[in-house]
Write a protein that binds this ligand. Structure first.
Ligand code: NAD
Length: 332
């Protein structure tokens, strides 16, 4: 059987492959193909012969239904830092490896979280819109608070959360984090104090979300959590939309619990045209682009090609989420 790796994306506008990948993989006899797919049926059509399927989109196209109908698939790779667009439980049950590329954009996402924090706190988006509309007025700049010495909360002190913490140190903030899977000893290197979620919400002037989307973190910030937040806080989310219950956030912005917010990710993407978020000018919106930079794009494809090469040369691929499948891999 041909060694075939297929990259599928949903819209593909931002992160199209760089062009060298096919030649690189051809050295190992691997046939590399790239497709746009908007439905499970389209994936089934293009990935029938592929042993490795790389998914670039966060749209969950590699479902149990799809994976169980692709008997040749031995490995799925999320070309990205979260792998929630692959049904990794189904993949594990089917003996399919699940890999991802978590290190390609750590700095970019931390930079974007900082950008959203500063832009939201100082209302850059609505001031820019007002100036362009001929209103050279300072009224829209309020309310804003100084960042110096603020208490900044981080949910998820992993790669991106800790990179975000490092960027903040110049403002000499009080840094708090909620992360049930790390120790205080680990957090000390970033000068962060670990606290409970309740304490984080009660004390944070600004809060940035950096945990993965899992069943445990879905709607981690719901109505009850917004009620515990320090009134007038600033909220940033560059992780995944469903971690925040959007109707609760909208209400919190309206009643000024959340003075300003910066969002790169949403419960539904693209953001539906009737989303109430559009009416809130204290919320800065970007279209899930935190990971973007030409350096990150290059790193992404280097990582993807290394993973594909490893699978076809019988090596253990890096960033394997479900190593238990190595004990009982899928049989062709
Ligand atoms: P990471 O695995 O290095 O860190 C995640 C941290 O979250 C870990 O320390 C983990 O212990 C913690 N965590 C897990 N469950 C938690 C919970 N229930 N409550 C609090 N903390 C919890 O991951 P990372 O590289 O820092 O990336 C974080 C997330 O950012 C990714 O999962 C991805 O969804 C998102 N991301 C978004 C973009 C984007 O374009 N907007 C790009 C890259 C990553």
């Amino acid at each position: 059987m041909n060694k075939q790796a297929v990259l599928i994306d949903h819209d593909g506008a931002l992160l199209t492959p760089e062009g060298w990948e096919a030649n690189y993989l051809a050295q190992y006899g691997i046939d590399w193909r790239v497709y746009q797919c908007r439905s499970e049926q389209e994936v089934l059509k293009v990935a029938r012969d592929a042993q490795v399927i790389i998914i670039q989109t966060t749209v969950p196209l590699l479902t149990r239904n799809v994976l169980s109908q692709l008997p040749n698939c031995r490995c799925t790779v999320r070309a990205g830092a979260g792998y929630d667009s692959i049904d990794y439980i189904a993949a594990s049950e089917l003996g399919i490896m699940v890999c991802y590329t978590p290190t390609y954009c750590t700095d970019e996402v931390a930079d974007h979280a900082m950008t959203l924090l500063l832009a939201a706190n100082r209302h850059v988006a609505r001031l820019d819109a007002a100036v362009r509309a001929g209103k050279f007025s300072r009224n829209l700049a309020a309310p804003t608070e100084g960042l110096w010495g603020a208490t900044v909360g981080i949910i998820g002190l992993g790669r991106i959360g800790s990179a975000f913490a490092r960027r903040l140190t110049g403002w000499e903030p009080v840094l708090l984090a909620y992360d049930p899977y790390i120790t205080q000893e680990y957090a000390n290197q970033f000068r962060v104090k670990l606290v409970s979620l309740d304490e984080l919400l009660e004390r944070s002037d600004m809060l940035s979300v950096h945990c993965p989307l899992t069943p445990e973190t879905t709607h981690l910030l719901d109505w009850a959590q917004f009620r515990k937040m320090k009134p007038g806080m600033v909220l940033v989310n560059t992780a995944r939309g469903p971690i925040i219950h959007e109707p609760a956030l909208v209400q919190a912005v309206k009643d000024n619990t959340v003075r300003a917010a910066g969002l790169d990710v949403f419960e539904q993407e693209p953001l539906p045209v009737d989303s109430p978020l559009f009416a809130l000018d204290r919320v800065v919106l970007t279209p899930h682009i935190s990971a973007t930079s030409s350096q990150a794009r290059h790193k992404l494809y280097v990582l993807v090609c290394e993973l594909v090469r490893a699978v076809f040369t019988g090596q253990r691929p890096a960033f394997l989420v479900n190593p238990q499948v190595l004990e009982r891999p899928r049989q062709p």
